[in-house]
Write a protein that binds this ligand. Structure first.
Ligand code: COA
Length: 151
């Protein structure tokens, strides 16, 4: 199991967006535009966090919603050169702990069918495959819908 080195998790701020967008653009073929991130700041049910390394560098981020007893992971990414060190797992555990403390019973997410790394992470955290949504992404590729029941 990868071990996270010195990493702090804190709320994402507008000033972080340049670094966050740089990670977003190298992580996804269909990156969120800046407006999508700005929209999350205005959304009452949305939570945005960044993982910051000891050298004060933004190493990753996650965005999720909490609506009543349901959680939804919308976005998570780690900088390419910071992957495989446990940062993604740390971000996921952070948001799952937060959701649990807020009374969430179900957590949903979508992940590309061919994204074995992310699916491996989610399965190890107790997510299971619920459904395949064909043609979910803009490029026509399929999504796996995954669910975790909190206990
Ligand atoms: C998915 C992602 C966030 C994982 O972040 P990370 O910091 O590299 O992950 P971690 O080091 O915490 O590893 C967590 C788990 O992911 C899986 N994993 C990580 N790197 C892997 C690799 N190269 N091959 C296979 N599985 C891998 C393993 O299950 C690992 O658990 P383990 O270390 O106990 O074996 C990162 O790869 C990423 O940003 N990918 C691009 C964006 C993306 O796909 N986001 C998810 C969209 S749904």
């Amino acid at each position: 199991m990868a071990k996270a080195r010195e990493i702090n998790i804190r709320r994402m701020e507008r000033a972080d967006l340049e670094d966050v967008l740089a990670i977003e653009r190298t992580s996804f073929g269909d990156p969120w535009p800046v407006m999508a991130f700005l929209g999350e700041f205005e959304n009452q049910v949305s939570f945005q966090y960044v993982a910051v390394s000891g050298t004060n560098r933004i190493a990753g981020y996650c965005i999720y919603w909490i609506v009543l007893d349901e959680g939804h992971i919308l976005n998570i990414a780690v900088a390419q050169d910071e992957r495989g060190q446990g940062i993604g797992r740390k971000l996921m555990n952070f948001c799952l702990d937060h959701m649990f403390s807020m009374g969430v019973h179900y957590v949903l997410l979508e992940v590309r069918l061919n994204n074995a790394v992310a699916q491996g992470l989610y399965k190890s955290l107790g997510f299971r495959e619920l459904n395949i949504r064909h043609g979910y992404y803009a490029d026509g590729s399929d999504a796996v819908i995954m669910l975790k029941e909190m206990r």
